[in-house]
Design a protein around this ligand. Structure first.
Ligand code: UTP
Ligand code: MG
Length: 523
């Protein structure tokens, strides 16, 4: 379809620049377009570039990792891939961008905003690396199997420091680039020893490759080393590791001159209830939670839940469900086969646990699913839940056999804990500093989530993680299936209907993905 009339034609409304954004103002930064010149010609490409930019789209001159849509006209998918490979010298399995036909571009210009991708927009390609014997690595974390057996820890540790620094600097693009690079290396079944081992590996941008190259040559990454030493990184990391403190608050305190927890404690800074609890139990909360502790907490919760609903199901989710031996908190999902029975349960359970002297802090958030109209993918869910701190008797932990050997998993140890849910009024049980020293218990962060049975499979999938696995599942659903996935449901935008699922396997099947068990979702 020609947008720019080579001969005089009736004016296409999509070409109209009326009411467009001032040149240079990017309205849709999440979408990056690369226009393929082949068969389009350079003048038409320039025209379309200018048109899109005037409409607030980001158009890249070169193919890069920030490109999300490769737009071409009258080319097959295979031709576009071949061309990109020739132009960039990079193997095309690296590109996560969608290869789309000009129809998507024309329609988006007409609509004045980037349209959701539909199958008819996508160029068909076989992304198999037929010329080599290497199995191509899929670009989305939800298409790969990532166990805890990380064969490239030296590389991923460095990339994760850079990702963490980007997150602490609120730079989401960089955070994602380094996280994706680290994640793909975790999925490799081999130890990378030379750059050539990465020929078929997607999601590695220039910066990540530079880091990997330096480590392979010198055994260390100077940028990561400098960060670890830097006062800003150390301080922000510590502040953001307080329960209830996000990166914006950590940065604000740093800019106000605060450097240590003691300075924070003695400052006039107004803390939320959550942050007060976070500071009060800080020393305990930064200690990794063991699998044995998590199992015990699940049992305690189950016993209490069963007082009210004897047939309720209480499941350990999060990192422990993925097979981790250590975590920063305990994530527990509760449901009951008779939908509706679970209503109000969270209040009963917390009040009973409080009466048993098990709760140090709690913040109950009631179910808000019915007030929530949007079918859009969202970061957080609307389940009834309680963000809490448990008082776990050390004696009880010593008395139970750990379900597995407590092998140290360094990546899980002392991870910064960050609650993304902002501040809420909560209740805290106060202890004195002297009592804290002699105490025979440990404070442990616990998230209790109650899901109605009809949404349970989605809740289980959403709360099992990892964070990147979940993000990529949602991205995959949106870009390739035109569906919206969240922890409550999957909505098929083409059929305009919700797709019910009783198991995680059914959700993967709806998405046309191979089933990945929890132990292989450690992306
Ligand atoms: P966690 O932050 O607890 O991560 O969230 P984790 O994988 O268990 O890691 P550690 O060991 O505790 O550090 C568990 C999963 O729950 C989802 C995320 O997908 C995450 O992977 N989650 C978390 C939500 O859906 N909503 C939230 O509010 C928090
Ligand atoms: Mg967790």
């Amino acid at each position: 379809m020609a947008l720019v009339p080579r001969k005089k034609k009736r004016k296409d409304p999509a070409l109209s620049l009326d009411g467009d954004a001032p040149v240079g103002v990017v309205k849709f930064s999440e979408v990056g377009i690369f226009l393929v010149e082949r068969k389009m010609g350079s003048s038409r490409r320039s025209f379309l570039t200018e048109l899109a930019r005037k409409k607030g789209f980001r158009v890249e001159e070169q193919m890069s990792e920030s490109v999300t849509h490769v737009v071409s006209e009258n080319n097959t998918g295979h031709e576009v891939l071949e061309l990109l490979e020739k132009q960039t010298g990079i193997c095309t399995t690296e590109f996560t961008a969608a290869l789309v036909d000009i129809t998507w571009f024309t329609e988006s210009m007409g609509a004045g905003k980037p349209l959701e991708l539909e199958n008819r927009h996508l160029l068909q390609v076989k992304r198999a690396a037929a010329r080599t014997n290497v199995v191509p690595i899929a670009p989305y974390a939800c298409q790969r199997r990532t166990t805890l057996d990380n064969k490239n820890r030296l590389l991923t540790d460095a990339l994760e420091i850079l990702a963490e620094n980007a997150e602490l600097s609120a730079n989401e693009g960089r955070y994602l680039a380094f996280t994706r690079a680290s994640s793909v290396l975790k999925s490799l079944p081999y130890n990378v020893t030379k750059m050539d081992d990465l020929r078929e590996v997607p999601n590695l941008g220039d910066h990540s490759r530079k880091v990997i190259k330096e480590i392979l040559e010198d055994g260390t990454c100077s940028e990561a080393q400098n960060l670890i030493q830097s006062e800003r990184f150390q301080t922000l990391k510590q502040f953001a590791s307080i329960f209830g403190v996000g990166v914006k608050t950590a940065d604000k305190w740093f800019r106000e001159g605060l450097r240590t927890l003691d300075e924070l404690r003695s400052s006039k800074v107004k803390l939320t209830k959550e942050q007060e609890a976070g500071l009060l139990y800080y020393e305990d909360l930064i200690k990794p939670v063991t699998k044995a502790e998590a199992d015990l907490i699940r049992q305690i919760v189950e016993a209490t839940v069963h007082r009210f609903l004897s047939a309720a199901v209480v499941t350990l989710t999060g990192g422990f469900r993925r097979g981790k031996e250590y975590g920063h908190d305990v994530d527990i999902l509760i449901t009951h086969q008779e939908e509706g029975k679970e209503e109000g349960l969270i209040f009963q359970v917390i009040s009973s646990l409080t009466a048993q002297d098990i709760i140090l802090y709690d913040d109950i958030i009631d179910n808000s699913y019915h007030e929530w109209k949007s079918k859009e993918t969202e970061k957080f869910d609307h389940f009834a839940k309680c963000l809490s701190i448990f008082k776990l008797q050390k004696e009880m932990v010593n008395n139970i056999e750990p379900s597995r050997s407590c092998r140290k998993d360094s990546s899980a140890e002392n991870e910064p804990r960050r609650s993304g849910l902002g501040s809420h009024a909560g209740t805290i049980q106060l202890i004195t500093a002297a009592a804290a020293k002699e105490k025979n218990w440990k404070a442990v962060r616990v998230d209790l989530v109650v899901a109605p049975y009809g949404q349970y499979a989605y809740a289980l999938l959403g709360w099992t993680g990892s964070r990147l696995f979940e993000r990529d599942l949602r991205r995959y659903a949106k870009h390739f299936k035109h569906m919206s996935l969240n922890s409550h449901s999957l909505f098929d935008n083409k059929q305009s209907k919700f797709l019910p699922a009783a198991t995680e396997e059914e959700i993967f099947a709806h998405l046309g993905l191979d089933y990945i068990p929890p132990q292989e979702r450690n992306a």
